[in-house]
Every structure is written in structure tokens, then in C-alpha cells.
Design a binder for this molecule. Structure first.
Ligand code: HEC
Length: 493
């Protein structure tokens, strides 16, 4: 019985390739195995399953596109795009394969490029031929920047290419329905504007986005995205034509008086789910296979900052998230993206060699592509998920607050990251006068021309703000006076 199950699920029926199992996962009824099918990669950013030849195509941020044969485990670099401009989060990003790859062997990619001192995001199409990519054709080029370039690509159910673009850190693009940044664009396979687009002659399908990092289409054609908030309110959205998703006026749920007022005037849509503290959501894939019944009709979301795979179960309508379960927390490091094969195998990519590695990473063998599939039994103690209860996790102590809001940039040892995020250890700003520190903390820093800003933390209560600031003034060898909730209150505008 068990053998039968294994061969009708999984893509291994004709497989000679049997990678080593790293871990097992126990769900309520099903046991899963996790195995490494590719290692020593350099930030694989997108992974796509090719139905036509049972292979995985994947991009790496510096510009390489490769193919991994799932029957043999052999991987082959197909092409390196010379025009890719890689710096921190910029580089070769999202990819989509034409849904009828046999007739149209097209590989679509989105990447950042730079010429004449300006940065652009490019949508380009290649043709796969005999283990290489030929006939490059630039379909569209839009404004790029040193941050917030998105981008993901996916084909809709009726064969239109969707491009989730970033707002390039512009204060106006996302709310302006006439520009192409901070948008879901809907594009014909040849790069033209579909004649049935909601705005005649325009690629724009929906707007009001900051920096989307995940995009997927469900079996019934619903489009879902994941998006990075600023210091608060990461989001998962369901996309509808001509809807406004609020950024930068509205963050997360429409719950503040100014947000409610704005929402009344504009055709806005609330996220299905939002997260504060932020988790840095990334790759998103709709799962509907019988292979893992517990995950049927769910959105699978990989996260970077919270280093996990999250299973967001959907209700019958597909429009509401009814539960959230977290797997692999801090286990494989940052998880960038994932894809699902028709038989329900899941392929996940780590991102431990990117610009912002977390403590303890990268490890030997990073970055990796992992396969998750059902097995009959676990041969060692299985990992388990953790169900999220309530929408805001209770974090109160200085350490927990620091880990929730600051650690991704300033790091657990307070040493920061090179020239990007300053050290808080021995910092004169941290240990100096209260006014300067509290003002920076509440209002953030806006230094024109600098990509990384210190976000504003004025949404935290006086108590939480005081415990974080006291924590950083007393950690890593800092010895300064504590900050009280009354101090915070005094400097709040
Ligand atoms: C998204 C990344 C990010 C996060 C999250 C973040 N910071 Fe910062 N922080 C920065 C950057 C960038 C600067 C440098 C700002 C500048 O020079 O304009 C900075 C500067 C600072 C400074 C001044 C340090 C110095 O010596 O100049 C302090 C203090 C600070 N941050 C505290 C915090 C605290 C406390 C938290 C958590 C509540 C936090 N930061 C969260 C990015 C971040």
C-alpha cells in the first residue's frame, strides 16, 4: 500500500535520482520528507517547475538561469544575462515559463539593469533551445532604483503575463495609476497590451503596492501577492482589477481614522492578512494537491526575516485566510521562494548568501533547493509546525522587542552590517542624550540619496519604546541610563 502511495504521488516514479533526506515533518496525518536537490547556489531567486519536461528552472540573483533535471538530478547553467546589474537586492529576480512551453519554449525574466547612470527594471523573454537560451527580446522596461524593484512574474489562468513591480521608493508612483511602478501589470505573451485590460491601452491592472515579493495564481484563477511593509504591516493580498491597495497612504488593515477616510474615497482593498512585527514575506504558491491533504487549498509563503514556511489555509471561497501554521522556524535560514509541481511536490529555495544573512548563516552547502514530499514514515524525529493563535504575537520584554523589530538590520550582537546598518554597540547616538535617540527612534531617518533608512517606530506604545531603548542602552557593553515611558511621551509629536 505504502509503496503505491509513494509512486503515484511524488515525481519520483521514474526517478533514478534519490537525494539524501535532511528532515522529516509530521502533520496531523501525513509525514513529509525534506531533501536537498541542489546546493552551493548563489541566492536562487525564483524557481519554476516545467510541466513539459519535469525539470526545475531557476534564476540566481547575479544573472544565471539554470535547469535541473528532476529525473537525474543533473543541473545545467543555460545562460548568464550580461546586462544584469546586481547590488544588494537588485539583480535577476522573478521568472515565468510560458504555460504551453512545448509550443512556445519561452522563459520570461525580470531583472535590474543600469546604463547611462540610471537603473531600470526590465522584462525580457528568451527562447529555450538545446540547453541554452536564445533570441533575447526586451518586452518592457520601467524605472528602477537602488531598492524596491519587486519583482515577480506569473501567468494568469487565461494566459496573460502578470508582472508585480516595486514602487522604486517613490512617494507618488504607487498611488498614480498612470505609471508602471508599484503595480500589477497585465501583459500579452508578446509584450503588447491585452485588448481586454481594464484600462484601455494600459498595462496597469491594480495599484498601491510597495514592494511585492510573491505572486501566485490559484486553480480557479485568483491572483495572490505577498508584499513587504515598511517597519510595520507586511501583507498578503488577493488581486482584483482596478483596485487600490493603499500604499503609501494606507498600511495593512484600514483601521486608523486617516486610512478609513482615504479608503472611502478610493477603490481600496484590505489585505487578507497583515503582520506586525514584520516577517519579510517572499515567495508565494497556491497549494491544492491531494498529496498533502492538510495543506490543500492553502497559500504557502516563504519568509526571509522570520526564516520560515507559513501555511495559510484558505476558506471555501478562496478569499479568506482561516489559519496560519509556521514550519522550519530558524531551521534552514532565510527562505526566498517556492514552487509546486502538478503532483504536489514542493520546491523551496534558501537565501542565506544574500545581502542580509541572519546569525549562523550561510552554512556549508548554502544556498540550497529543497524538495518536500510525502513519505510513509519518518526515519528520525520529525519537525513540527506551530499554529499561530491571534493576529498579533505578544512580545513585551526588551530582548523580544529588539528581536522582533530591530535584529534584522542591527543584528543580535548589535554590530550592525558594514556600511549599511550602523552598530548600536558603542554608538554615541545610542549612549548619548535621550532627545536625539528618542527622536530618531520615533521619526526614523530620511536621508535623501541613502537607500537604507532607519524606519519610524512611532506606532509602538510608550512602554514598548522605552523597553527597547533601555535594552539597547544596556546591551553589548553599553552602560547608559534607562529610558522611561515618560521620556518617550515627552518627545512624541
Ligand atoms: C530596516 C532596517 C532597520 C531596522 C529594522 C532598524 N533600523 Fe535602526 N537604523 C537603520 C539605518 C539604515 C540607520 C542609519 C540611519 C542613518 O544614518 O540615516 C539606523 C540607525 C539607528 C540608530 C543610530 C545609530 C548610530 O550610531 O548612528 C539607532 C540608535 C537605531 N538605528 C536603533 C534602532 C532600533 C532600536 C531599532 C528597532 C526598534 C531599529 N533601529 C530598527 C536601519 C534599521
Amino acid at each position: 500500500m505504502t509503496l503505491l502511495l509513494v509512486s503515484c504521488f511524488g515525481d519520483k516514479s521514474k526517478t533514478v535520482f534519490s537525494p539524501k533526506v535532511e528532515d522529516y515533518v509530521a502533520l496531523s496525518k501525513t509525514i513529509l520528507s525534506v531533501s536537498v536537490i541542489a546546493d552551493s547556489l548563489d541566492v536562487p531567486w525564483d524557481v519554476q517547475y516545467n510541466h513539459y519536461d519535469s525539470s526545475l528552472y531557476f534564476t540566481e540573483i547575479k544573472g544565471a538561469i539554470s535547469r535541473l533535471d528532476l529525473a537525474t538530478g543533473k543541473r545545467k547553467q543555460l545562460f548568464v544575462i550580461p546586462e544584469v546589474y546586481h547590488h544588494r537586492t537588485l539583480g535577476l529576480l522573478g521568472m515565468a515559463l510560458h504555460p504551453d512551453f512545448k509550443a512556445y519554449p519561452y522563459v520570461y525574466v525580470s531583472y535590474t539593469t543600469k546604463y547611462q547612470d540610471s537603473i531600470y527594471s526590465r522584462l525580457e523573454r528568451f527562447t529555450y533551445k538545446k540547453d541554452t537560451l536564445t533570441n533575447p527580446k526586451v518586452l518592457l522596461e520601467i524605472e528602477g532604483s537602488t531598492g524596491h524593484n519587486g519583482a515577480r512574474l506569473a501567468f494568469s489562468k487565461n494566459g496573460k503575463l502578470l508582472w508585480a513591480t516595486g514602487d522604486v521608493d517613490s512617494p507618488t508612483h504607487a498611488q498614480d495609476s498612470t505609471t508602471l511602478n508599484g503595480k500589477i501589470l497585465r501583459i500579452e505573451w508578446d509584450g503588447s497590451v491585452p485588448i481586454d485590460n481594464p484600462i484601455q491601452g494600459s498595462y496597469v491592472y491594480a495599484w498601491g503596492f510597495r514592494n511585492m515579493q510573491g505572486l501566485t495564481v490559484s486553480d480557479r484563477g485568483y491572483v495572490y501577492t505577498s508584499e513587504h511593509g515598511d517597519a510595520i504591516e507586511d501583507e498578503v493580498n488577493i488581486i482584483e482589477p482596478l483596485r487600490n491597495y493603499g500604499w503609501p497612504v494606507i498600511e495593512g488593515k484600514h483601521d486608523l481614522p486617516a486610512e478609513i477616510a482615504y479608503a472611502k474615497q478610493k477603490n481600496t482593498k484590505e489585505p487578507m492578512r497583515s503582520w506586525t512585527p514584520v516577517i519579510a514575506p517572499a515567495g508565494l504558491a497556491y497549494y491544492n494537491s491531494d498529496q498533502i491533504p492538510e495543506w490543500k487549498n492553502a497559500l504557502l509563503l516563504t519568509t526571509l526575516k522570520s526564516q520560515s514556511l507559513r501555511v495559510l489555509k484558505l476558506d471555501e471561497s478562496g478569499k479568506k485566510i482561516i489559519s496560519e501554521e509556521i514550519f522550519f522556524e530558524n531551521h534552514y535560514g532565510r527562505l526566498r521562494t517556492l514552487t509546486v509541481s502538478p503532483s504536489g511536490d514542493i520546491y523551496l529555495a534558501t537565501s542565506n548568501r544574500d545581502w542580509n544573512p541572519q546569525a549562523g548563516f550561510p552554512k556549508t552547502g548554502d544556498d540550497k533547493i529543497l524538495r518536500i514530499n510525502r513519505v510513509a514514515k519518518a526515519l528520525k524525529t520529525p519537525l513540527k509546525g506551530r499554529l499561530v493563535t491571534g493576529t498579533k504575537e505578544a512580545v513585551k520584554t526588551g530582548t523580544a522587542l529588539y528581536n522582533a523589530y530591530c535584529v534584522s538590520c542591527h543584528k543580535g550582537d548589535g554590530a550592525g552590517l558594514g556600511q549599511v546598518f550602523p552598530a548600536l554597540k558603542n554608538s554615541t547616538k545610542v549612549n548619548g542624550d535621550k532627545a536625539g535617540l528618542i527622536n530618531l527612534f520615533l521619526n526614523g531617518s530620511v536621508k535623501p540619496g541613502k537607500t537604507e533608512q532607519m524606519p519610524a517606530f512611532n506606532f509602538l506604545s510608550d512602554e514598548d519604546a522605552a523597553s527597547i531603548l533601555s535594552y539597547i542602552r544596556k546591551s553589548w557593553g553599553n552602560h547608559s541610563l534607562a529610558i522611561t515611558p515618560a521620556d518617550i511621551k515627552k518627545y512624541r509629536k
